[in-house]
Write a protein that binds this ligand. Structure first.
Ligand code: CAO
Length: 476
């Protein structure tokens, strides 16, 4: 009897463990099923960075010029897209010849905005040129352009025509303004900075509006457009169809000036107390004023002199009196009594006294180099920013190490520095390649990408559409 009981127990234990194993199996199966069932491929077992690039297989018809559009397509190229830049025969992108430092060589303006691309020369206004363009439209996934409003339509490449040729194509455009009173205007960087709210809020309150050195109108809008394109590619996976992507430079700048529109609305409820002009007793008007070097956030900050400022135009540091580290700041600058003094201990009490406070901090920063201030403050988590010159950035070893500053070799201009991809993907590693020479890949694209026959290519060239004279003619 006892044995029977034991046997029964053993059997049921066995059953339970079998069940548990089966259960485990089915959970595993379920996980595996889920991984495949939701449309995602199997998890790659290749080493990080060795399984291709993020945008491998995406073909871009790059009809961009100057800065905003090329910034966008360069980013896409860095992420692995095959970017085919279509340029006008003879001159190409106008920036090739602008601000030239090495006679006869493509300018830094061009080379620093067109890495990792291929170049084909095509006269889009000729019959044969349009034939090639239409083949490109059928072959590519995305057309990116930043011509003046209406230029693409005038070429005959209306959205309707493109969509009929290739319903999967995404057509992405930079324009100066979105639909509205200014939609037909041509726009350059500084026009966008002015129209997007940046200039009216940059500079000192008693001085002229200023434009900034950062190319927020051009490069900023290119960045916005790149996100729009990648999103449209993602949506196309589901819908199967392309769409139009538009980024207006005014919109891009305004997006980057978001905090100023925030302040515009705060102004309706009283003065902006963190602005220096509040402490100076200068009344506010009905629009956000220029705030000098005041901090963009709620933490008061200014630019202060450091050792050597008399001769070095960049011996300055941005200093933020962040509330949680106020006591550490007081100790560091040798003003420990401010930690408890009712005029200085709490942020609201400090606001009307910011000028005096920063003058006191500056007495301390002037005794040290900007890097000494940086080191001493960082030890106490006090946020400060040394004013780094372009020379210092170009020579900074850590930026070279991360590929944010890269040295590139170019056949006609030699070695030059460029800004590499500022967006780092751990599984899609950027290799910065030199920009193409004008029309360098015309033959390769006609043959290998567009699959024209030798006879067709001869016809295209004979027509002058690529700007290359056929051999017989060239010999004359
Ligand atoms: N073959 C033949 N013609 C070509 C061609 C090619 N491969 N590529 C361009 N063209 C033609 C265009 O069709 C256009 O002709 P039409 O005016 O006769 O239709 C012409 O070249 C010039 O185009 P554009 O007006 O765009 O160039 P622009 O130098 O006069 O203006 C710019 C430049 C930047 C002000 C304008 O393109 C623009 O406003 N773009 C949108 C906003 C933008 O991106 N600005 C950023 C500029 S970076 O600071």
């Amino acid at each position: 009897m006892a044995k029977k009981k034991k046997d029964k127990k053993a059997k049921s234990k066995d059953k339970a463990s079998k069940k548990a194993k089966a259960g485990k199996k089915s959970v595993l199966k379920l996980v595996a099923k889920k991984a495949n069932g939701n449309g995602l491929p199997k998890v790659s077992s290749k080493p990080w960075g060795k399984d291709g690039k993020a945008l491998d297989g995406v073909k871009i018809l790059d009809f961009t010029h100057v800065q905003s559009g090329p910034t966008c397509t360069q980013l896409l190229a860095w992420f692995g897209a095959d970017v085919i830049k279509v340029e006008r025969p003879g001159t190409g992108d106008i920036t090739r010849g602008q601000l030239q430092d090495v006679p006869g060589a493509d300018s830094l303006y061009f080379t620093m905005l067109n890495h990792n691309k291929r170049s084909i020369t095509l006269d889009s206004k000729s019959k044969e040129g349009m034939k090639v363009l239409e083949r490109l439209v059928k072959t590519c996934d995305v057309l990116v352009e930043n011509f003046a409003p209406g230029a693409l339509d005038r070429m005959g490449l209306t959205w309707e025509h493109i969509h009929a040729l290739n319903p999967r194509m995404i057509v992405a455009s930079v324009k100066g303004f979105g639909p509205g009173p200014y939609e037909d205007c041509k726009v350059y960087e500084n026009v966008a900075q002015c129209a997007g709210g940046s200039a009216s809020t940059t500079g000192f309150h008693d001085g002229l509006p200023l434009v900034t050195g950062a190319q927020i109108g051009d490069s900023g809008t290119g960045l916005h457009l790149a996100l729009g394109i990648v999103s449209a590619l993602y949506q196309r996976k589901r819908t199967g169809r392309g769409q139009r992507v538009l980024t207006a430079m005014q919109d891009g700048v305004l997006n980057l000036c978001r905090v100023k529109l925030r302040d515009q609305q705060r102004l309706a409820h009283g003065p902006l107390k963190e602005y220096t002009q509040f402490g100076q007793g200068i009344p506010f008007g009905d629009a956000v004023p220029r705030a000098g070097n005041d901090s963009g956030g709620g933490q008061p900050g200014v630019i202060l002199k450091c050792k050597g400022w008399e001769t070095d135009p960049n011996a300055y540091i941005y200093f933020i009196t962040q509330a949680p580290v106020w006591e550490k700041i007081c100790d560091l600058i040798g003003q420990p009594d401010w930690k408890t003094h009712p005029d200085y201990a709490k942020p609201p009490a400090r606001l009307p006294r910011l000028k005096e406070i920063f003058e006191r901090i500056e007495q301390w920063t002037k005794t040290k180099t900007k890097f000494e201030v940086m080191n001493e403050c960082n030890a106490f988590d006090i946020p400060v920013g040394p004013i780094l010159s372009m020379k210092e950035l170009a020579e900074e070893p850590s930026l070279r190490h991360t590929g944010t500053v890269v040295e590139v070799d170019h056949p006609t201009r030699g070695k030059y520095l460029s800004v590499g991809n500022p967006i780092k993907l751990s599984d899609s590693i950027t290799e910065v390649e030199r920009s193409p020479l004008l029309g360098e890949h015309t033959d390769e694209i006609l043959t290998k990408v567009l699959k024209f026959t030798p006879r067709e290519i001869a016809e295209i060239k004979a027509s002058g559409a690529t700007g290359q004279a056929p051999k017989a003619q060239a010999a004359e």
